[in-house]
Design a protein around this ligand. Structure first.
Ligand SMILES: CC(C)(COP(=O)(O)OP(=O)(O)OC[C@H]1O[C@@H](n2cnc3c(N)ncnc32)[C@H](O)[C@@H]1OP(=O)(O)O)[C@@H](O)C(=O)NCCC(=O)NCCS
Length: 367
């Protein structure tokens, strides 16, 4: 009863039918479907699976996609809020502020039925990439690019960000990125969203709690940190020394280690292959090779020398993929959020449907 598990390690806080993780075997499933199979689908199929509970048939997918595509814009007053953001910030900060304002514009804001929450959730799924792309265009003094509703979720995001159509491989890879980022059981940001939901607050507030929590460098913020690390390492030759320095200084190596996985993160394996493919298409293996050298050096230090189960996590090779997609580091965590929003929405809906306020205890200690 009085046992304290710091960081709530291995505490089972609730039941879910959204995600299954086997941290020893390196297995991840969304609603019973293995991540390796899901990564072959489109983001909208996987989003439908998470939000609506099942993979869509042809008609359902068309309806779901059309609804989301129609929401690929933000109203002009929300645009004004986005434009007035301080641009020396991360896209996550702009996302948090703009989503908060968007809640004021939502006609369903004051309703908390399942239908209303799904509608609000779908609006956020559609608008997250629009906000991130627009933030970047405004920040860099470039014209806003209007959404193209003929494109997939991922391809349209890259198009709005860069102002030109992505290659087929880039479009495929960003869709996979969103799928791989979409859901991961009770990770800190999902837990934050569920905790907020458990007070019966509105779904925008619950999602904002998730956004705020994902930003931290021990969670989604690690992706940005890995991108900066790749720049800092700069060459294959420097990788060994860089990793050894981190170990000697007892500093964390970003993109490595996981609370649940005690083996290779299954998402990292897929991202590694995507990084290899995009590097080959770009005809520039340098970032991939630097990352592989860091991975090899880390394996030697952590696994061989210390016998620890510290392997690359989801943020390591995804950061390499972002390098090749020319996503600036200050956007990296927000791009992660574009994928994760479907998982957050699914968890909020599950929490609303069988709620009890989440309220643990603390042990008082005299100091
Ligand atoms: C993910 C993470 C927060 C999990 O934290 P946790 O379960 O609380 O694990 P701890 O931080 O207590 O680490 C356990 C041990 O492994 C070591 N460790 C874990 N991750 C490490 C890393 N990335 N680099 C170096 N050492 C690491 C810790 O120093 C600790 O060693 P000790 O027992 O000798 O003190 C942690 O691995 C981390 O900070 N990783 C880097 C940030 C990151 O990539 N986050 C994205 C997660 S998807």
């Amino acid at each position: 009863m009085d046992e304290i598990r710091k960081g709530l390690e291995n505490v089972i806080a609730l039941e879910t039918s959204i995600a299954f993780i086997d941290g020893e075997q390196g297995i991840l499933k969304y609603r019973g479907h293995d991540i390796n199979d899901l990564s072959k689908l489109s983001y909208y199929e996987v989003s439908h699976l998470l939000v609506k509970g099942s993979l869509p048939d042809g008609r359902e997918l068309e309806d779901y996609s059309n609804e989301l595509k129609q929401e690929r814009f933000i109203p002009s007053d929300a645009m004004a809020v986005l434009s007035s953001c301080n641009f020396n910030i991360e896209a996550m900060d702009a996302l948090r502020t703009t989503i908060s304002y968007l809640s004021h514009c939502d006609s369903d804001m004051n309703g908390n039925s399942s239908e209303e929450n799904i509608r609000k959730g779908m609006r956020m799924i559609a608008k997250f990439p629009v906000i991130v792309a627009m933030f970047y265009r405004i920040k860099t003094g470039q014209e806003i690019v209007e959404a193209d509703t003929s494109m997939s979720h991922g391809a349209n995001f890259l198009y709005m960000l860069r102002g030109e159509r992505p290659s087929d491989l880039e479009a495929e890879i960003i869709e996979k990125d969103f799928i791989l980022s979409a859901e991961h059981e009770l990770n800190p940001s999902t837990f934050a969203s569920r905790l907020a939901t458990s007070t019966l607050t509105d779904i925008y507030s619950a999602i904002i709690a998730g956004v705020c929590t994902l930003k931290g460098p021990l969670h989604g913020g690690a992706r940005m940190a890995v991108m900066e690390m790749l720049d800092e390492v700069g060459s294959v030759e420097n990788a060994g020394l860089y990793v050894a320095d981190k170990v000697n200084l007892h500093e964390k190596l970003m993109g490595f280690g996981h609370r649940v996985y005690k083996t290779y993160d299954p998402r990292a394996r897929i991202y590694k292959e995507l990084a290899r493919q995009i590097a080959a298409e770009k005809g520039d293996l340098s970032w991939f090779e630097i990352a592989e050298s860091i991975e090899k050096a880390a394996f030697k230090e952590f696994v061989e020398n210390k016998g620890k189960t510290i392997y690359p996590n989801v943020d390591f090779y995804s950061a390499v993929v972002y390098k090749y997609l020319e996503i600036p580091p200050k956007l990296a965590t927000a791009v992660f959020a574009i994928g994760r929003i479907s998982g957050w929405i699914a968890h909020c809906l599950e929490q609303y449907s069988d709620n009890r306020v989440i309220r643990p205890r603390a042990k008082f200690v005299e100091i």
